[in-house]
Design a protein around this ligand. Sequence first.
Ligand code: FES
Length: 84
Amino acid sequence: MEKKTVVTICLGSSCFSRKNRDVVSALQEYVRINSLDEKVHLQGGHCMGKCSKGPVIMVDEQIFTEITPAKAIAIIETFLLNRD
Ligand code: FES
């Protein structure tokens, strides 16, 4: 089976106060609309130590800071393009 791109969204309190919830909703919607369940695995994670630069996500072990919903989607699209 094809390996999924793993997207971990920091659910720590600092990222929460910086609206990580909007990023979670946008990514869930993106995966649903594009039927990417087989390619992308979304999960929550603990603080990644970059609280002042939240919201933070990690995609296949690579950390990205100051994430907005649009940025998160652009990052995932790049990862998906580069693996196909
Ligand atoms: S709370 Fe998200 S990096 Fe610390």
